[in-house]
Design a protein around this ligand. Structure first.
Ligand SMILES: [Zn+2]
Length: 346
């Protein structure tokens, strides 16, 4: 049996309450399902109608008073708690802000994107091919038959499945792009991607990135090759860069030319990096060999074009002034972060 209560007692108890937890207990004891007022209400049925009316009105008034007083005190205590919390949690506006750690693009990603941007501006589309490639796409289709010395030059990684290799260059994408176009013209693609060779020194890594370019159409000439590559390399490295072409040999192009850019270290006067020539090789290119056109499904009597391939790490070395490109792939942030502001517009 809950103790009988009277309004003055209730009022005093509520006024003295110092926590919302205490108020909750009062609410249960007086107004809850088994609370004192509720119990009194239930007993009204046993009274005479006259008494029931009077007693009922009293109990209603008491219940309303108690509920109102509990709500008011509850609001007071919550306000006080909030106020105290605000005082406790004042902001110190003199503290320095926290700089969020933002991700940074790898220097090679920035170089690749720059290359892709320029390619798209020049009207090329981007093409991609598999990194595990068939020997046919990697060699035969590019006019490098079995036993050809160029196969030895490429230091190929072979895989367990006969007939498959890790592609040694992005050139297989030339053949795949031609096949995709099924004889349609023009074929005008840039193919960036990873390639693999058994090389490892300061200027070679076993996994590196190449970009391949191919432009086929009617009446494409060596003049188009020279003009396009001069424009492209100027966009890539800077319009003031000196360039020159030398005749060369590649099995998949005829004639073949290599493109050099002026040495960035000695500015042409000769140094160790350029082996005292004043020039550094930047890419290999040439007019697509008739055999390669045939393998891609095009008639060499109707169609001509040029192709070129370039190691992207060489471009990174040039743009960022690197002397050992192996460091690019050791994922040492202290090293990589040095190049976030280098390379001018890169
Ligand atoms: Zn030099």
């Amino acid at each position: 049996m809950v103790e009988p209560i009277s309004w003055p007692d209730v009022e005093r108890l509520i006024a003295e309450a110092s926590s919302t937890e205490q108020l909750k207990q009062f609410r249960v004891a007086w107004l809850g399902k088994k609370g004192w007022i509720t119990a009194q209400m239930k007993e009204l049925g046993g009274l005479s109608p006259e008494l029931r009316r009077v007693r009922g009105a009293e109990l209603n008034t008491l219940r309303n008073h108690v509920a109102t007083a509990l709500d008011a005190k509850q609001a007071l205590l919550e306000d006080a708690a909030e106020h105290e919390k605000l005082l406790r949690e004042t902001l110190d506006l003199t503290l320095p802000g926290r700089t969020p750690v933002a991700g940074l693009l790898h220097p090679m990603t920035r170089v690749r994107r720059r290359i892709e941007d320029i390619a798209l501006r020049l009207g090329f589309s981007l093409a991609y091919g598999p990194q595990v490639e068939s020997e046919w796409y990697n060699f035969e289709a590019l006019n490098i038959p079995k036993g050809h010395p160029a196969r030895d030059m490429q230091d190929t990684f072979f895989v367990d499945v006969p007939g498959l290799v890790l592609r040694t260059h992005t050139s297989p994408v030339q053949i795949r792009s031609m096949q995709d176009r099924q004889g349609a013209l023009p074929v005008k693609v840039f193919a960036p991607g990873l390639v693999y060779r058994r090389d490892d020194d300061a200027t070679h890594v076993p996994m590196f990135q190449q970009v391949e370019g191919l432009w086929l159409d009617r009446h494409i000439s060596l003049g188009d090759l020279l003009g396009t590559l001069t424009e492209w390399v100027g966009e890539l490295i800077g319009p003031e860069v000196a360039t020159r072409f030398r005749s060369s040999y590649f099995p998949f192009t005829e004639p073949s030319v290599e493109m050099d850019v002026g040495c960035a270290i000695c500015r042409g006067s000769g140094c160790r990096i350029c082996k005292d020539t004043g020039w550094v090789e930047i890419l290999g290119s040439g007019m697509v060999h008739p055999a390669v056109l045939k393998n891609g499904g095009y008639d060499p009597d109707q169609v001509s074009g040029f192709a070129f391939g370039m190691g992207m790490e060489r471009v990174a070395m040039r743009l960022f002034g690197l002397d050992d490109l192996r460091l690019l792939y050791q994922n040492d942030l202290r090293y990589l972060e040095r190049f976030q502001s280098g390379g001018d517009a890169v």
